[in-house]
Design a binder for this molecule. Structure first.
Ligand code: GDP
Ligand code: MG
Length: 180
């Protein structure tokens, strides 16, 4: 349906967060609506493109970048962030360390990207009721303290994937319009 209009915006979005939090699964769910329970560490940096139409009928072409096997913090380079308009910062609600590492990720995002880059926090694997190690309240508190929008998501069950991406688009469109 949105192939008939040329995109008004082109945004580069990058996904970051610890290994195995579900970044690749999030991207696959968003772009091809598929999910695989098998883990395969991807090699190199990869991206996928998807065109979305916002509630205000603006057509946005998203280029979404996935880190692959370079999640170890120190191996991330500024080139991955270059030209980015938005960041999906992801942790796994069943792995507390991935939540505790968020402030390190934020520091890196802030040092490598523009001041006004929009960041959305995603707590993935919300389908896993058992083995949950991070509560919604504390995730919301962290999001609030750092001025981030928070989405509790499941790439497996397709929960809040589109909402998180739409929130990034909307925030970016507002920013672009303010700059005009
Ligand atoms: P990445 O290293 O951050 O790219 O993580 P992957 O996307 O490769 O996912 C790591 C593992 O977590 C894989 O076995 C996925 O199937 C699984 N996984 C990803 N997203 C979800 C989710 O929403 N729920 C559950 N239960 N498992 C997930
Ligand atoms: Mg991956």
């Amino acid at each position: 349906p949105n192939n008939d209009k040329p995109p008004t915006y082109l945004f580069k979005i990058i996904i970051v967060g610890d290994e195995t939090v579900g970044k690749t699964s999030f991207l696959r769910r968003f772009t091809d609506d598929t999910f695989s329970p098998q883990y395969s560490a991807t090699i190199g940096v990869d991206f996928a493109v998807k065109v979305v139409e916002t509630a205000k009928n603006e057509v946005v072409k998203l280029q979404v970048w996935d880190t692959a096997g370079q999640e170890r913090f120190r191996s991330m380079t500024s080139s991955y962030y270059r030209g980015g308009h938005g960041v999906v910062l992801m942790f796994d609600v069943t792995k507390r360390p991935s939540f505790l590492h968020l402030s390190n990720w934020l520091t890196q995002i802030q040092s490598f990207s523009n001041d006004d880059t929009t960041i959305v926090l995603v707590g993935n694997k919300a389908d896993e009721d058992e083995g949950r190690e991070v509560g919604t309240d504390e995730a919301l508190k962290f999001a609030h303290e750092n001025d981030l929008q928070y989405f509790e998501a499941s790439a497996k069950d397709d929960v809040n994937i589109v909402n998180a991406m739409e929130a990034l688009c909307t925030a970016n469109i507002e920013r672009v319009q303010r700059l005009r």
